[in-house]
Design a protein around this ligand. Sequence first.
Ligand SMILES: Nc1ncnc2c1ncn2[C@@H]1O[C@H](COP(=O)(O)OP(=O)(O)OP(=O)(O)O)[C@@H](O)[C@H]1O
Ligand SMILES: [Mg+2]
Length: 182
Amino acid sequence: MPSPKPLTHRPPRHFRLPTQEATESLARALAGTARPGDCWALSGEMGSGKSTFARAFLRALTQNSALEVPSPTFSLVQPYETPVGPAYHYDLWRLEGPESLAELAWDEACAGLMLVEWPERAEDCLPPDAVQLIFSIPVPEKASGLKDSGEVETQMREVTVRNWPPERAFPEVAGLSGAALS
Ligand SMILES: Nc1ncnc2c1ncn2[C@@H]1O[C@H](COP(=O)(O)OP(=O)(O)OP(=O)(O)O)[C@@H](O)[C@H]1O
Ligand SMILES: [Mg+2]
């Protein structure tokens, strides 16, 4: 009988995140699996929860629930020391082009642990094995929670996790069950 093919990927997982606490709980669980060399690519529309996820992830990683984690909107990158080595939080929304990454400690960051908001802006410079988290605000909740000011009132978010490392077990997330997508 032929031996089974090595597992090259895991199916994507989809989570509903009804509250900010749910997003933070997922971030803490995933941070528990983090290793040097990881790239966590956080995609999704504005306000969908990328920085909220990154903040909870970095607080868990540093075991410091009061850690200041500003959104690096203008500096584009914020470094952290963590027990698993240096970590770098990027927000590439304002990146002029991937050639500018060299000035943002990108090569050092690729050897360390990276959390990257707006990863599409890094184009081919993004590590191909990055774990992809795609956040969104579900349309029905967005429509019903839209205020006159244009702000969204709903806390409901969703995330799909793709490209999970095949050799890494996906952690249990307290209070959340992720649906495996085919
Ligand atoms: N379920 C939820 N998950 C994450 N954030 C939520 C949730 N519910 C409400 N929020 C709120 O939504 C906002 C998300 O903002 P956040 O800065 O994390 O978004 P972002 O995706 O990083 O946006 P940007 O693209 O502008 O950087 C915060 O104000 C947060 O309190
Ligand atoms: Mg952000």
